[in-house]
Write a protein that binds this ligand. Structure first.
Ligand SMILES: Cc1ncc(COP(=O)(O)O)c(C=O)c1O
Length: 403
């Protein structure tokens, strides 16, 4: 299996399934002295016997590492694993998902550029669009997420970058990546897609036409809610520009976090398979509950863009949201009764996690801003863990008794 783990050079991973790649991909060149696991390399710098050998690495003529803000063996193994699963030629990583988003946008956009995105990207990303990019002279146009004609018209007016996130957090809207990438490329724009909720097991944005796919690795990739991280994958030229920006801004992934993310990713395909199945079953069950006014999950045939989701996703993911008739007061009562869910601002973990957007994805926004984005206060985001789905439904049943 050593060759597979070096598949970055020979491309021999092409015929292996994502569950095999989750386990083996990207690790070979980092293993030392027979270790079967990637070592955590805590060294700020790397020494060389003479200046010529040092220069060879520093100038990129030979592989190796110079300084861990730039590259590190443990971090590299994590990047390789995600790169291979996303089918990308290059990848670079970050201290957090938001560092991946912000470094990508700031590396690729400058004064006078225009970016087109949608109203309900993740709350932190939305703040970049509303507060930080305009400050450096970037024009931002945020369209209605479900209105593809409006997005296409905004793109056709000319833009440097189109930023997609699908499914969205927390209302699980689905964007047609292939359709919007075609429109973006006709306008000469770069397409960036946040693939955090789908994961490379369910969806590969690059294969659908995106130029860069990014993740908050804190979520499903790591899967255990014990490490923060981010990653961007795509073609070598774009990734090199983002990497260079990160080298200088210093939002580097820590080696211990990289190790935890690698360990978590070994079970990525297993976890996602289970979470896909359980989330669909729970979404179908929720649809039958009188206290529930609406259920948002792309796997439901009633979902507005189920056809697009069915075309571009292999599974519909572990996150769903639902709305209570009783509004925010009902949400508070039900959440406090759940026994098998952390009430916490996270998603994608082995444990079920639940919370309202006001304290999770859109904590940065005011109530009015959330309403303008179509995020109702009666909403609960429910990230399904790997527990037994029947137990989760029983837990929801007892909690709904107080709604
Ligand atoms: C879709 C999405 N993108 C990016 C982020 C930011 O990731 P991080 O919290 O790792 O900075 C999040 C966090 O919830 C997210 O849900």
């Amino acid at each position: 299996m050593a060759d597979l783990r070096r598949s970055s050079e020979d491309g021999s991973s092409a015929d292996l399934s994502s569950s095999t790649l989750s386990v083996w991909a990207g690790e070979g060149e980092s293993l030392v002295q027979g270790a079967t696991q990637v070592p955590v390399v805590y060294s700020a710098a790397y020494g060389y016997p003479d200046v010529d050998a040092w220069l060879d690495v520093a100038l990129g003529r030979k592989p190796g590492h110079i300084y861990s803000r730039n590259t590190n063996p443990t971090v590299h193994a994590f990047e390789e694993k995600v790169r291979i699963l996303e089918g990308a030629d290059a990848a670079t990583s970050f201290a957090t998902g938001m560092a991946a988003v912000s470094n990508t946008l700031f590396a690729l956009l400058g004064p006078g550029d225009r970016v087109v995105s949608v109203k309900d990207t993740y709350g932190g990303t939305n703040r970049l669009f509303l507060d930080f990019l305009p400050r450096v002279g970037v024009e931002v146009e945020l369209c209605d997420t479900s209105d593809h004609e409006q997005i296409e018209a905004a793109i056709a007016q000319g833009c440097r970058l189109v930023y997609l996130e699908t499914p969205t957090n927390p209302t699980l809207k689905v964007m047609d990546i292939a359709r919007l990438a075609t429109a973006a490329h006709e306008a000469g724009a770069i397409v960036v897609a946040d693939n955090t909720l789908a994961t490379p097991i369910n969806q590969n944005p690059l294969a659908l036409g995106a130029d860069l796919a990014l993740h908050s690795a804190t979520k499903f990739l790591g899967g255990h809610a014990d490490a923060l991280g981010g990653v961007v994958c795509g073609g070598p030229e774009l990734v090199a520009r983002v990497f260079h920006y990160r080298e200088i801004t210093g939002a580097t992934l820590d080696p211990m976090a990289a190790y935890l993310l690698i360990r978590g990713m070994k079970t990525l395909a297993l976890r996602i398979g289970r979470q896909n199945e359980s989330a669909l079953r729970i979404a179908q069950w929720l649809q039958e509950q009188p206290a529930v006014a609406a259920v948002y999950y792309p796997g439901l045939e009633t979902h507005l863009h189920h056809d697009v989701a069915a075309r571009q996703m292999r599974g519909y993911g572990g996150v769903l949201s639902f709305m209570f008739e009783g509004g925010f007061e009902a949400v508070k009562r039900v959440l406090s009764r759940l026994r098998l869910a952390h009430r916490a601002a996270n998603l994608g973990a082995v444990e079920t996690v639940a919370g309202p957007p006001a304290t999770t994805s859109h904590v940065e926004c005011t109530t009015e801003e959330r309403e303008a984005m179509g995020i109702p206060e009666g909403l609960i985001r429910y990230s399904v863990g790997i527990e037994d789905a029947g137990d989760l439904i029983a837990d929801l049943t007892q909690a709904f008794a107080v709604a």
